[in-house]
Design a protein around this ligand. Structure first.
Ligand SMILES: [Zn+2]
Length: 662
């Protein structure tokens, strides 16, 4: 998903803007609290019914837009994983009603409580034996997480969309609600009023005219996870491209709100084709080449990588690139559980920088990834998500997205660009994870095999450890009086981290009278001395000159020497909005204009005013350095209404409106 939002996901509108990026990943605290309070998340490492292996889903559903209800029959085929299986359970929230469960034309016994449909099968099934259930259900879909199922509108027209990641599928259809068990194939049949176009995953096989309604029949021949099955329904206008690769031609289908399909939008959509070409080259063939890729506009602020048809709230290059890259990382290979969400989000975020490199060269890549690294420094906890009962923890922007992307950047630094992409292609093609699920150790295995390097230290410190190295570097050189110079470098790491120190190969670039010399050292101690002989007098040391390492650096010149990012003065729309009771505001502060000095500070205020202009809260009132910031605002003590937040710093000021709905 792409970051932002409430329901998740959004993403940037401006390529390379650290700001917009950050915005994308924010979740509403109130939603998170609501979410975690649901009983189904108490067992956070949710396996579903571990005695069955789902082989097929068919959703045959009708949407009643006036009553805002769903009804239909879900076909579920599964194989038994145990001897003598005669009872199973399927996930479905209690708010929906199961009318019947049938097998082979006969009703079978079921109960529906605690958000589980417990079913007594018509007979016992041994390991590998397959059975098929038909679950007839109806009701009002739930709306947890980032939305899961929304009835909304645009320009006066009904718009219906789903966003089930991570735990929302069972809010609207009975399924095994875990990414660990994909269906081998799926059909999604949607019946809705004829004025609306129902878009879903896979290939559109048939449109059946039922009089006042029509049924769109979508078929998925590739495996698909439950949370990637989606509906997006409104009066779409279709805009298409063709993607030609080798002997194959695939349609790229963009379903837009008609009022938004202008020339600008089309220009952005057209870029999808070059992105498909790029990722095909970097990662291997588009995983769903026999079906399609496309977009369906929806009402959530970010994007969501629904298989073969990403749902999009905006169409900037970065978010388009991000959701497309998810088709390889997220959809073809899905994280087995939400602890390993970086295998989806870190890779998709890295892919934004890869696209920046494609467009603007290596310096554009460096600038893009530097933004991610800067944001990644805000990450707390390990990239392996400890608390997956919290949607906000899973989709933490600094950690799962930016730091996850930084890890891939660092791996590229260690193994080199060619080997790095060899690793990614091998991973995408690896038969144990392709069209299946993966955990970090699967990726590590492939990375070690392809690179021939032991990378245990790397994955263990960066995925399971916290923070990043804070180096202090001191060096000296002595004339050996034989035409050479003895150089000593001391590297120390601040112990205030977990692990206590980071093991990394580090490039040291010496500027000498006769040109530059680069030496790679393997830093594997908290305090370590390195000695070299150089043939000419070194006059400068550049530590990690290409910025491969997520780090803080001091020493050398005795002042901070981190990546310099030029922030603009920017105040973003709070997210979520409307909100209840908490929301997040992001902003960035440029370099202090008088000195252009990154380290200098300036006074910053961020205040909240009510509609009468009365100040109701001060969120920031202090000196701050240039950088990107994020502030949470809890309005529990305020009444519903329109409020304004105002950011002021030096001669800059900007206000935006927010809406509190209790
Ligand atoms: Zn994403």
């Amino acid at each position: 998903m792409h970051k932002f939002l409430m329901v998740l996901i959004i993403i940037f509108t401006v390529l390379g803007s650290v700001y917009s990026q950050q915005q994308t990943h924010i979740c509403s605290q109130s939603k998170i609290d609501y979410y975690t309070s649901l009983s189904k998340f108490q067992n956070v490492n949710y396996p579903g019914d571990e005695k069955i292996d789902i082989t097929y889903y068919k959703l045959d559903v009708a949407i009643d837009t006036s009553k805002q209800k769903i009804s239909g029959v879900i076909t579920i085929s599964a194989k038994s994983l145990v001897v003598g299986l005669n009872k199973i359970f399927i996930d479905l929230q209690n708010s929906l009603t199961v009318n019947s469960v049938m097998q082979a034309g006969a009703n079978v016994i079921f109960t529906h409580e605690n958000n589980l449909v417990n079913i007594t099968l018509d007979k016992s099934y041994n390991i590998g034996e397959e059975f098929t259930l038909f679950i007839d259900y109806s009701g009002t879909p739930g709306n947890s997480g980032f939305g899961s199922f929304e009835f909304s509108s645009h320009s006066g027209t009904t718009a219906i969309w789903t966003l089930s990641e991570p735990y929302g599928s069972s809010d609207w259809w009975p399924c095994k609600d875990t990414p660990a068990d994909k269906a081998d194939s799926a059909d999604i049949w949607i019946t809705v009023d004829k004025s609306l176009v129902p878009v879903s995953n896979g290939t559109l096989e048939e449109i059946v005219d039922n009089g006042t309604t029509h049924t769109y029949k979508w078929h998925n021949k590739y495996p698909i996870a439950q949370y990637l099955i989606s509906l997006a329904i409104t009066n779409y206008e279709l805009y298409t491209n063709k993607f030609v690769t080798g002997e194959d031609t695939m349609m790229v289908t963009h379903y837009n709100y008609p009022e938004n399909l202008n020339t600008n939008r089309k220009n952005n959509l057209d870029k999808t084709v070059s992105m498909l070409e790029l990722y095909t080259e970097l990662y291997g063939p588009y995983p769903f080449l026999d079906e399609k890729y496309g977009h369906a506009e929806f009402g959530w602020g970010g994007g969501m990588e629904h298989q073969t048809c990403s749902s999009m709230g905006s169409f900037g290059s970065s978010i388009v690139a991000h959701e497309l890259a998810h088709q390889w990382f997220g959809d073809k290979i899905t994280c087995k559980d939400w602890h390993h969400i970086w295998l989806n989000e870190g890779f998709a975020t890295y892919s934004e920088s890869a696209y920046a490199e494609f467009v603007g060269g290596f310096s554009a890549y460096q600038s893009s990834i530097a933004n991610e690294m800067s944001y990644a420094k805000n990450a707390t906890g390990s990239i392996w998500v400890e608390d997956i009962s919290s949607v906000g923890q899973i989709f933490n922007g600094a950690r799962s997205y930016a730091k996850g992307a930084s890890v891939l950047h660092m791996l590229r630094g260690i193994v080199g660009t060619k080997t790095f992409y060899d690793i990614l292609r091998a991973y995408v093609a690896d038969t144990t994870v392709a069209y299946g699920v993966a955990i970090t150790e699967d990726f590590q295995r492939v990375a070690e095999k392809v690179s021939g390097k032991d990378l245990e230290y790397f994955f263990s410190e960066w995925i399971y450890g916290e923070n990043y190295p804070k180096y202090r570097v001191d060096w000296s050189s002595t004339d050996a009086n034989d035409g050479t110079y003895d150089v000593k470098v001391n590297i120390k790491q601040n112990a205030n981290s977990t692990p206590k120190f980071f093991i990394m190969p580090i490039e040291l670039l010496f500027n000498t009278a006769n040109g530059d010399t680069t030496i790679v050292v393997f830093n594997n101690a908290r305090t370590q001395n390195f000695s070299f002989k150089l043939n000419s007098l070194p006059n400068n040391l550049v530590f990690d000159p290409d910025n491969w390492i997520l780090k803080h650096l001091s020493g050398i010149t005795d002042k901070e020497n981190e990546n310099i990012i030029n922030y603009k003065f920017e105040l973003s729309q709070n997210y979520p909005n409307p909100f209840n009771p908490a929301t997040t505001i992001q902003y960035s502060i440029p370099k202090f204009v008088e000195t252009q000095n990154l380290a200098s500070q300036q006074w910053v205020t961020l205040k909240i005013f009510d509609i009468l202009g009365r100040e109701v809260a001060t969120l920031v009132n202090e000196n701050q350095k240039s950088g990107a910031y994020e502030v949470n605002f809890d309005a529990s003590y305020l009444t519903s209404g329109i409020y304004f937040y105002k950011l002021q710093s030096g001669s800059f000021h900007e206000s935006k409106k927010m809406i509190l709905i209790k």
